[in-house]
Design a protein around this ligand. Structure first.
Ligand SMILES: NC(=O)C1=CN([C@@H]2O[C@H](COP(=O)(O)OP(=O)(O)OC[C@H]3O[C@@H](n4cnc5c(N)ncnc54)[C@H](O)[C@@H]3O)[C@@H](O)[C@H]2O)[C@@H](O)CC1
Ligand SMILES: Nc1ncnc2c1ncn2[C@@H]1O[C@H](COP(=O)(O)OP(=O)(O)O)[C@@H](O)[C@H]1O
Ligand SMILES: [K+]
Length: 513
């Protein structure tokens, strides 16, 4: 698991060590230099003569870059520091100069910005040390102009020309929330110190981080992290592997309220995913014609009422304001979902509430209800609660708005997207496991069925431990993303293929753990 800590927590953990005279900056910058050397060795035969440009701001982030530059210059690399501010870390500057590094005072001669950017773009490595966790707001002044010019000089493409290594974080991102309010230089790698910061894991900033390296500088961080990211081993270890005394009811029954005559496919996809994820049983409850389609695809599904350990409500059910009255026919669709959800809020059965189910919610909900909106659906849900928010706001600050939805409803919220953000009563997760190929119709229905099966398997525990639903939801996002990758590595996937890849994906996660 990757744990990410807010800037204030990192500073608080640094303070006593700095007071005790621990050389934190030396540790950080040495590790940074070693990472740069390792990356260079992988790309060229000789290090001598490789060109490194440091972009250096006024604070300790610039100090890290300058000290690392000193280490690299001593190894024979040609290092140039570009100062974007009048002030620069004194010790770092002295270290670089004594190692033979050059210094360009860009702040004193802004007309040179384009030329400096062109030179940096053709170097082997650019270290972005303009600001770290001490930044206030978007980059401004010469730093902002240099980033804009350098992004132009690289043709806007990451991976072309100089390799960009961000020091602690790509300068200008919101360290705690991943917001991007101005120019930011996209990194190929980010070397972060002490602990990951939430902004490195959250979109939109997460897309500018590249490969993430966390350097241990000896901080002891206390309390709960601001954000977590599950890794394969966490999910494999927690997977409910059946034992010799298990039977279908102990493994969990998923009740599926999904699909209408207009959208029967969603029910098929959710049912397939729940069956393929190892549910003990899947019960379908919905319009008869849809039930026939579900049974034709998955004969394992049972269309009779009975015991249920988790509900999945809403895939393929249009929101209530689109309901034209036909969806309630045949004892299924919206009418069934509405009746079921009302009863479920009172009971103690976990539920996944997706798509049209979201419009039926009547908060307060228990934390074992997991809402699974995409950004557009979250906009609708939040606006119904009086928030003046648009989809673009949700996309610009997903953790903030997922958290708001959790506060407003009481439910656990899984916000779908390229990075899936989950917020529950004891913390938040950000999962980035899925290839972009997964953004295809029906993928969300598969996630709903998969999550339903995972909640059903640990139904009683999910109700007892308020934070568990979020952990399971984050795990479902990981499994979903990995199944998409497994279904067709590097290429397009269809939603049903993702469901079909679940058994092998789960087997490999369990085997690795
Ligand atoms: N305290 C320490 O000894 C350690 C600090 N570390 C480094 O120190 C960094 C934090 O250092 P600081 O607290 O000095 O802060 P930063 O270096 O992140 O930035 C602060 C400086 O940047 C300028 N600035 C702020 N916002 C700006 C903006 N929007 N546009 C342009 N310039 C802006 C201000 O002049 C300010 O002095 C961490 O990110 C990390 O890289 C690491 O070396 C670990 C140890
Ligand atoms: N750019 C992306 N990269 C990776 N996964 C994505 C991306 N965009 C969306 N997804 C994932 O694809 C799925 C789409 O779900 P959803 O929007 O509900 O589609 P549908 O309603 O058609 O099933 C979600 O699991 C989401 O997290
Ligand atoms: K930086």
């Amino acid at each position: 698991m990757i744990e990410a800590w807010n800037a204030a927590d990192v500073r608080a953990a640094e303070a006593p060590l700095l007071e005790a005279g621990e050389p934190l900056m030396e540790r950080a910058s040495f590790a940074l230099a070693m990472q740069v050397l390792a990356d260079l060795r992988a790309r060229r035969r000789h290090l001598r003569g490789a060109r490194v440009v440091l972009l250096v701001g006024a604070g300790n982030n610039g100090g890290d870059a300058l000290h690392a530059g000193g280490v690299l210059a001593r190894r024979g690399l040609a290092v140039t520091a570009v100062l974007v501010s009048e002030r620069a870390h004194t010790g770092g500057l002295a270290a670089l100069r004594s190692a033979g590094g050059r210094v360009v005072e860009l702040f004193a001669d802004p007309a040179r910005t384009a030329a400096v950017a062109a030179d940096a773009a053709s170097a082997d490595v650019v270290l972005d040390g303009m600001v770290g966790i001490g930044a206030r707001g978007a980059l401004r002044g010469p730093a902002a102009d240099l980033v804009t010019a350098l992004t132009d000089a690289r043709g806007g493409r990451r991976g072309s020309g100089a390799r960009v290594v961000a020091v602690d974080l790509p300068s200008g991102i919101g360290a705690d929330d991943g917001t991007v309010d101005g120019p930011v230089l996209p990194a190929d790698r980010t070397v972060t110190f002490g602990a990951a910061k939430p902004g490195l894991l959250l979109p939109p900033a997460a897309h500018l981080v590249g490969e993430l390296t966390v350097v241990d500088i000896g901080l002891s961080l206390e309390g709960a992290p601001a954000l977590r990211r599950l890794e394969a081993v966490d999910v494999g270890r927690a997977w409910p592997v059946p034992g010799p005394t298990d039977q279908k009811y102990s493994r969990g029954v998923v009740g599926l309220v999904a699909g209408t005559s207009t959208y029967p496919g969603a029910a098929v996809l959710s049912a397939s995913a729940a069956v393929r994820a190892g549910a003990g049983m899947v019960r379908y409850r919905g319009p008869g014609a849809v039930g026939h389609a579900v049974l034709a695809a998955r004969p394992e599904v049972v269309a009779a009422p009975g015991r249920v350990q988790s509900w999945v409500v809403g895939p393929g059910v249009p929101p209530s304001d689109e309901d034209d009255g036909q969806h309630g026919r045949g004892g299924g669709g919206l009418a069934a979902a509405r009746g079921d959800l009302g009863g479920m809020s009172q009971g103690a059965t976990p539920a996944v509430v997706d798509a049209g189910g979201l419009s039926l919610l009547e908060p307060p909900c228990p934390p074992w209800f997991v809402l699974t909106p995409h950004a557009g659906e979250l906009e609708t849900l939040l606006r119904r609660h009086g928030e003046d928010v648009h989809r673009r706001d949700v996309e610009a600050a997903p953790l903030r708005w997922a958290r708001r939805a959790h506060e407003l409803t009481g439910a656990t919220v899984l916000l779908k997207g390229g990075v899936t953000v989950v917020v529950g009563p004891s913390g938040a997760y950000a999962q980035a496991d899925a290839p972009a190929w997964l953004s295809t119709a029906g993928a969300g229905d598969v996630l709903a069925g998969l999550l339903g099966a995972m909640l059903a398997a640990r139904s009683a525990e999910v109700v007892e431990r308020p934070g568990l639903a979020a952990e399971i939801a984050a795990a479902a996002a990981l499994v979903h993303g990995r199944a998409a990758e497994r279904a067709n590595p590097g290429g397009p996937v269809a939603a049903l293929d993702v469901a079909d890849a679940l058994p092998a994906t789960v087997a490999s996660l369990v085997a690795q753990a």
